[in-house]
Design a protein around this ligand. Structure first.
Ligand code: SF4
Length: 392
């Protein structure tokens, strides 16, 4: 007789800050379908771009750490699929670093959508390394650190028994820097930190998070979501024994360094409407380049200073902001647990997971053909499912 294995007496549900929390905030229904089926997206171009940029920046840092080649680094692209080039390339050639990252992603089934998407990803990685690397790399003390911690399971509605009394939060911090203001008076990133967070008392750490996207406008919910994500990283780091206080987080929006046609058109609208927080001064070359540009024309060159200013968002960290951020994450966890429980009880997915993706999410969504509420939506239009109310 086969003996059954005894189940664990308790369960600690695990939530990743990017794979679960940010995905659910983007669109609960899409999150449910991807997670419930364990199927990878059929067109994982977003996954490829994000992972490619992260991979190249990490490998570039590791190369710099060992060999310290001076900037700027060259970028000689191989044709797709990668083939050996006849001429010798330097080991710090971003094309060489990119080949290794691409091969790793290809082994995982992740490929760029087309050569245009691949080319612009290389251009962005190259600009990130050459514009930010000279100031960023010397500050890095740790790259790609995995962190986790547990929190009490938030209160769920009475009819939903919780799966455990705690849940685990996990994340991967791209970069952690130990910052000494006095040792780095000329460093552009340190000066930016001093300007945006004048009350910081060293020594402290800063968290750096790369995002393969453009800077969200001030009215975009992703801004808050990104802020809560990095604040929660900071909270997790402060839970480690003998941790150094986290003074701030720096989010790097890599697309700002090389905007696409669509990015530039959106930037132009935001500058005209005043819906972005980084607007060039009126009368500057950058201002005229943005406001006079015609869609379809070549993207004008913007100054390095302006592109870097747009790419970097400094988020101040305080005890109050940490407390607020983890409370927001608790709310999302409660919503996911409640939706999962309601689906389990009713056997119905569509009525328990809200379809709230925005245009940019729906356009690449594998489920838009049977989604009850895909974007774009008319104001009077299609049925909109609402997220279950947050408990408590
Ligand atoms: S089509 Fe849009 S709203 Fe529908 S599941 Fe996909 S992302 Fe969500």
């Amino acid at each position: 007789m086969a003996l059954g294995r005894r189940e664990l007496p308790f369960e600690v549900p695990r939530y990743s800050l990017t794979g679960d929390i940010l995905s659910f905030q983007r669109c609960p229904l899409q999150y449910r379908y991807y997670n419930g089926t364990s199927l990878p997206p059929s067109r994982p171009v977003q996954l490829w771009t994000g992972e490619f940029i992260h991979g190249v920046l990490e490998e570039a840092y590791r190369h710099w750490q060992q060999h310290r080649p001076p900037f700027p680094w060259p970028c000689t692209l191989t044709p797709w699929p990668p083939q050996p080039l006849p001429s010798q390339r330097a080991p710090n050639d971003i094309g060489v670093i990119g080949d290794a990252v691409e091969a790793r992603l290809a082994a995982d089934g992740k490929r760029p959508r087309n050569t245009k998407a691949r080319d612009i990803a290389y251009q962005r990685a190259t600009e990130a390394i050459n514009l930010l690397g000279p100031d960023l790399f010397p500050l890095i003390t740790d790259a790609e650190r995995r962190i986790s911690g547990t929190r009490p399971m938030p209160q769920l509605p009475q009819q939903h028994p919780a799966r455990g009394d705690r849940y685990e939060l996990t994340g991967v911090v791209d970069v952690i820097s130990h910052v000494s203001m006095t040792a780095n008076p000329q460093n552009r990133l340190v000066r930016t930190l001093q300007t945006r967070c004048p009350g910081l008392n060293p020594p402290f750490e800063i968290i750096i998070d790369y995002k393969a996207e453009r800077r969200p406008p001030i009215n975009d919910p992703r801004r808050r979501h990104h802020e809560w994500q990095v604040q929660t990283y900071a909270w997790l780091l402060t839970r480690l024994p003998q941790s150094t206080p986290v003074g701030a987080a720096m989010i790097v929006y890599v697309n700002e360094l090389v905007p696409s046609q669509e990015d530039f058109q959106t930037l132009q609208q935001e500058v005209r409407n005043g819906t972005t927080d980084v607007i060039p001064s009126r009368g500057s070359a950058d201002y005229y380049a943005i406001t006079r540009w015609q869609p379809g024309a070549a993207i004008p060159s913007l100054s390095n200073d302006y592109r870097i200013e747009r790419a970097i968002w400094i988020v101040a960290v305080s005890q109050a902001s940490l407390t607020n951020a983890v409370a927001q994450i608790d709310t999302v966890v409660a919503q996911i647990e409640t939706s999962a429980c309601n689906e389990h009880n009713s056997g119905n997915i569509l009525s328990n997971w809200a379809a709230t993706g925005l245009d940019r999410d729906c356009v690449a969504c594998d489920f838009k053909h049977f989604c009850p509420n895909p974007a774009p939506r008319s104001s009077s239009g299609s049925r909109r499912l609402t997220a279950p109310p947050a408990p408590g």
